[in-house]
Ligand binder design. Structure first.
Ligand code: FAD
Ligand code: NAP
Length: 343
């Protein structure tokens, strides 16, 4: 089938450097921006007919593109934030996948709909938020998620995923696991509360908010201020946020590591596990601010890998392998990369 037969004509040989926040210089053979679901279905059908792989792009803030892509990169630019249902206590908000996550948070803040204010200033799109169950300051998407719609790439049919079927876990979901690369999320329905649901237990928030009367606006503003003070803006210093997940280990593993590293920073995770602060391990091992061949762990936030010289994905991954080997050697902990690596 020709592209014109579907009314769909992708662009050819496009650089993806401005479409990934690590600013890795790679290109894609085929590229399109879609701003409505019909166009998305055309793009999927075209890729199927031409036997091309699909790379879905939101804000490109959680990906490492190691190589040029030979298939069709689809940038989701769909828009729409609408109330789907309202009860006395809750608002169910339907948000198009291409909406900017932070703008959605600030929309809810302005309406006094509670639940996602701690997730202010997380870069990227609403459609990508369920992929890794985004989280910050003790709040995760799962806590205010109702359901999502996603197109099955193989069939072109839209399917609904309720909360249970997304299998949310710590920075994880079914879309990173058994259903990886099989669905494109088109909209997410959030369940927000009309009553405050404060979560200011993280020390950085508690310190700044304890003395003032809490409002949804000052929680969001405080989160933004803390984040701006320690996280590099990808526009100035290319990065993908935290590059490693905080490792979840069993109580036995935690005790064993603690014996050799008594001041280890960790938090209980459920009844039988601990979450180790990966940033602390990286800092202790001497990698905070360290530069190797033009790539660096950020000086104010040890978990953030930066690519100031806009080097290749392979160069980034060489640096990552060095760091992982050192942490494994020093602490017996295997750090897992958080962003999705496309080889
Ligand atoms: P992309 O990077 O475009 O895509 C990520 C993955 O999802 C890719 O595999 C992509 O193919 C897939 N994908 C994207 N959209 C869709 C869709 N609609 N359907 C199916 N698959 C899709 N994350 C946190 O959890 N908490 C934080 O506090 C946080 N802070 C960050 C701070 C900075 C400075 C940066 C740069 C990143 C941070 N991140 C954080 C990581 C990142 O912002 C989130 O993971 C975000 O949800 C990624 O959104 P995106 O649209 O940029 O996704
Ligand atoms: P921080 O507040 O300095 O905390 C350091 C680490 O300790 C974090 O990883 C956090 O785990 C953990 N932690 C702190 N207080 C905790 C508590 N009361 N209970 C459980 N765990 C606790 O972290 P930060 O680096 O400035 O980041 C602030 C928040 O933004 C964190 O939630 C972090 O995850 C999020 N963030 C994420 C990204 C990303 O790309 N994924 C980038 C920047 C910031 P958690 O990470 O599990 O919260």
């Amino acid at each position: 089938m020709s592209s014109s037969a579907l009314g769909f004509s992708p662009q050819e040989n496009i650089s993806l450097q401005s479409y990934n926040t690590l600013s890795v210089p790679v290109s894609t053979h085929w590229f399109c921006c879609v701003d409505n679901d019909q166009e998305l279905l055309h793009a999927i059908a075209w890729a199927r007919e031409t036997a091309c792989d699909i790379l879905v792009l939101g804000g490109g803030s959680n990906i490492v593109l190691a190589n040029d892509f030979s298939g069709l990169a689809i940038k989701l630019d769909t828009r729409g934030i609408n109330i789907e249902q309202e009860t006395e206590t809750d608002v169910y908000l339907s948000v198009a996948a291409g909406e900017n996550w932070h703008n959605t948070v600030m929309h809810c803040v302005s309406k006094q709909w509670y639940g996602i204010e701690n997730l202010a200033l997380i870069p990227g799109s609403v459609g990508a938020a369920p992929i890794q169950n985004i989280g910050a300051y003790g709040v995760e998407l799962t806590q205010c998620f109702s359901y999502l719609d996603a197109v099955n790439i193989a069939t072109g049919k839209t399917q609904r995923f309720d909360h249970a079927s997304c299998e949310f876990a710590y920075r994880d979901s079914v879309f990173k696991g058994t259903l990886k690369d099989q669905y494109i999320i088109t909209r997410v329905v959030l369940r927000l509360s009309k009553q405050p649901v404060w979560n200011i237990s993280y020390p950085a928030l508690a310190e700044r908010l304890s003395s003032e009367a809490l409002t949804i606006q000052n929680v969001a503003d405080t989160v933004c201020a803390i984040r701006r003070s320690k996280l590099p803006d990808p526009k100035d210093i290319p990065n993908a946020g935290s590059f490693f997940k905080n490792p979840i280990v069993t109580s036995e593993q935690f005790q064993s590591i603690q014996q050799s590293t008594p001041n280890l920073v960790a938090y209980p995770h459920g009844d039988q596990h601990y979450k180790l602060a990966a940033g602390w391990l990286i800092d202790q091992a001497g990698w905070k601010g360290k530069v190797v061949d033009g790539i660096a762990m950020h000086g104010d936030q040890a978990l953030v890998l930066t690519n100031p010289s806009r080097l290749s994905g392979h160069q980034l991954l060489d640096f990552v392998a060095l760091l992982q080997a050192d942490i494994l050697h020093k602490y017996g902990v295997q750090l897992e990369v958080e962003p999705r690596i496309f080889m």
